[in-house]
Design a protein. Sequence first.
Length: 375
Amino acid sequence: MKLEIIPPPVYVTQPALPPLDEFIPYLREIWDSKILTNGGPFHQRLETALCQYLGVEHISLFANGTLALVTALQALRITGEVITTPYSFVATSHSLMWNGIKPVFVDILPSSLNMDPAKIEEAITPLTTAIMPVHCYGRPCDLEAIQAIADNYNLKVIYDAAHAFGVRRDDGSILRHGDLSALSFHATKVFNTFEGGAIVSPNAKIKKRIDQLKNFGFVDETTVVIPGINAKMSEVSAAMGLLQLNYLDDALYKRSLIANRYRAAIDNIKGIDCLVDAGEGMSNHAYFPVLIRPDFHLTRDVLYQRLKEQGIYARRYFHPLISEFPVYRGMPSAKPENLPVATIASRQVLCLPIYPDLADEDFERIILSLQSCKD
Ligand SMILES: *Cc1c(COP(=O)(O)O)cnc(C)c1O
């Protein structure tokens, strides 16, 4: 009888939790104050700390990233049609649908898998009011090209920056670009508050409107000015975020080391390509996507399955494309002919496990599996 020792599973990501011992005093503070939500002390402290950490002027915390996207669109009174990318998590387009806005999909660039600015102009109609690009995998979009088109046609730009926590260029945080940027602090993201999100805004006036929208439209105890929603972040989530910020530089550094090791190892595997390195600071290594090319001896889906059988849970982000889901696929812009680059990327991409505490043995096992997977 052949005895197989099955090692524990490796998932695509795992949250980097701060020491529990350090979280207990934060919880005690919440218990003592009996303030659990509604902009309590931890909420205020996290907003201040995040502005400082990220290098932005104004931030509004949310219960999750999807509500941040939905609210960002409302804050700018976006209507009609919005140009967006099919190569993202469904929440990007869903946030438009929740506002009665029609998503118009444009293709992506093969190098970055971000929205192709050259495809935006032809998608603009008299109904277009905004562009919603995604900094996919935490790598910056072509910020200047997108802004130039927006300026030219008088469109707003709302970035889905759910992947882009802490990403900087020489000129500072990429979250300062566009009219608004929405972040997600979901448990699977680089920085998490269990569930959570935020909107980065350029001035106090728009932040005020956002803060009203996330709290039913209340301005004071008895005045409601807009039909807002309940999208407030709780004190426990805010405390989690505040504590975690102390460990974030270390977590980002560990991610970058793993990304470098992946690059070196995958360089020698024929038929598997990494994305071009975005450059120092230009990615937070939130994900490690590779493309399984036709000259690899297995298809992406077979490789995905083989890895899974060995307890390695890679993920096909983003497959299917948003434009392939039933609610979207009937739209003219959702046709695969309109989205050839996204369609191919969605068939070839595989996101490999990456997280700060990924053990050396697990990393070695992943590389060995990639090198030796059989039909
Ligand atoms: C995670 C994610 C969201 C949604 O964030 P939640 O906090 O889970 O609601 C939106 N867009 C993208 C690109 C994401 O990856």
